[in-house]
Design a protein around this ligand. Structure first.
Ligand code: ADP
Ligand code: MG
Length: 394
């Protein structure tokens, strides 16, 4: 699928509305991780250099259509101002006279950030009146918010339908990195490592990836359901009984296709989720009652590394254990470090997965780290997203 691109249009002396993803982690009024703000800089800097007036829209958190003081974008504007080394204008409202006035006064080469789009109920409802009002503020729409592209909201889809709409540089980078994975147009062996909490969140993407990859490595909470399907006793492990049959079907499908699904052969089990918990490694397919699987065991770590050594392309989503607890982080940390060392095209997606590679201090050695969690997975599953459809070339 082809998308209209920012590079292909003239933005000189245009008012350009840009949907960015500034949904950053905050703590008491300060931005604690500005990765997403930095990721939007190439598009913003390009527009400024080309002589546009830039109007930015983003959501932050889930204010559910109301003004929530802690979710105002002022700290984001401040950080953006520091990064761009220039003044950033900001409105306290999302629509209405204050916004109109700020846009009227905006000069080419300036940046204006509107208040949190989700303070307006119409944002998540994709309200057409709100779309019309926003569209009237500018000449062109740029979608650079990959992390929100799986939502059909007003500031990406509704607004994008009402103006000439193109993909920003971040969005394009995500599409080129994830697009080749989704289509399977990559160097083989192609492997996916899937972990995380629940299998129910990820059945669709596992099924889609299975069609493309050579090997699927499963771990984390979601692998418990597969182990159960193979006859393991899982004790008090996180388990989705309703999905044991889907796990069975996926394994059957893999066998029919001659693809390998590699499950943990040993697990670290613990009595409770805490640093001090009693813990041990088991490999006998039997977790006693009162114990739960919290990480992959050493034999599984070794096996995963061995597989990764053969890979030319790797996609990883989902921690391999309860990595937030240091005592249960070894599998995730060791596999992340190994992934940073291999000679392969490596891609990571997923909020907690990105946090895990950062915890392992290897983020810089991963070829592509997606800024979208849910969006990356849905894109791999479906090959498109609502926020991309509006950019489709006729
Ligand atoms: P991502 O955000 O990268 O898509 P998920 O949200 O699916 O990842 O999963 C992350 C969560 O999975 C982490 O909070 C982690 O503690 C949890 N998890 C991983 N392995 C297990 C396990 N064996 N039991 C319980 N929770 C687990
Ligand atoms: Mg998560």
């Amino acid at each position: 699928m082809k998308h209209r691109r920012l590079m292909d249009i003239d933005v000189k002396e245009k008012k350009v509305l840009v949907r960015v993803d500034f949904n950053v982690p905050m703590d008491g009024g300060t931005v604690t991780d500005d990765t997403r703000i930095r990721a939007a800089l190439p598009t913003i800097e390009y527009l400024l250099k080309e002589g546009s007036a830039v109007i930015l829209l983003s959501h932050l958190g889930r204010p559910r259509g109301q003004v929530v003081e802690e979710l105002r974008l002022d700290p984001v504007a401040q950080r953006l101002s520091d990064l761009l080394e220039m003044e950033i204008k900001k409105t306290d409202s999302v629509r209405g006279p204050e916004v109109q006035e700020a846009v009227d006064e905006l000069v080419y080469g300036e940046v204006l950030l509107l208040e949190n789009t989700r303070f307006e109920k119409g944002e998540t409802e994709n309200d057409s009146e709100l779309a019309r009002e926003w569209a009237s503020l500018g000449d062109v729409f740029v979608n650079d918010a990959f992390g929100s592209a799986h939502r059909a909201h007003c500031s990406n889809v509704g607004l994008g339908e009402k103006l000439p709409a193109v993909a920003g540089f971040l969005l394009e980078e995500e599409l080129s990195a994830l697009g080749s994975l989704a289509r399977g147009e990559v160097e083989h062996p192609y492997m996916a490592i899937m972990g995380g909490a629940k299998v129910s969140d990820k059945i669709g993407v596992i099924e889609a990836l299975l069609e493309k990859v050579d090997t699927l490595l499963l771990a984390g909470g979601m692998a418990n359901t597969f182990l159960k399907a193979k006859g393991w006793e899982m004790g008090d492990s996180l388990l989705e009984k309703d999905h044991v049959s889907s796990a069975q079907e996926i394994m059957k499908r893999a066998e029919e296709m001659g693809k390998e699904i590699i499950l943990p052969s040993d697990l670290l089990i613990a009595r409770e989720i805490s640093e001090e918990s009693e813990k041990e490694v088991i490999a006998d397919e039997l977790i006693p009652a009162g114990w739960r699987g919290v990480d992959i065991g050493p034999a599984t770590i070794a096996r995963f590394k061995e597989e990764l050594d053969k890979a030319k392309t790797v996609f990883w989503n989902g921690p391999l254990g309860v990595f937030e607890v240091d005592a249960f982080a070894r599998g995730t940390m060791e596999v992340a470090q190994h992934m940073a060392e291999i000679q392969a095209w490596t891609v990571i997606g997923g909020g907690d997965s990105v946090a895990a590679v950062e915890k392992a201090s290897v983020a810089a050695k991963i070829r592509h780290i997606s800024t979208g969690g849910g969006a990356a997975l849905e894109f791999l599953e479906k090959g498109t997203l609502p926020g991309l459809e509006i950019l489709r070339e006729e």
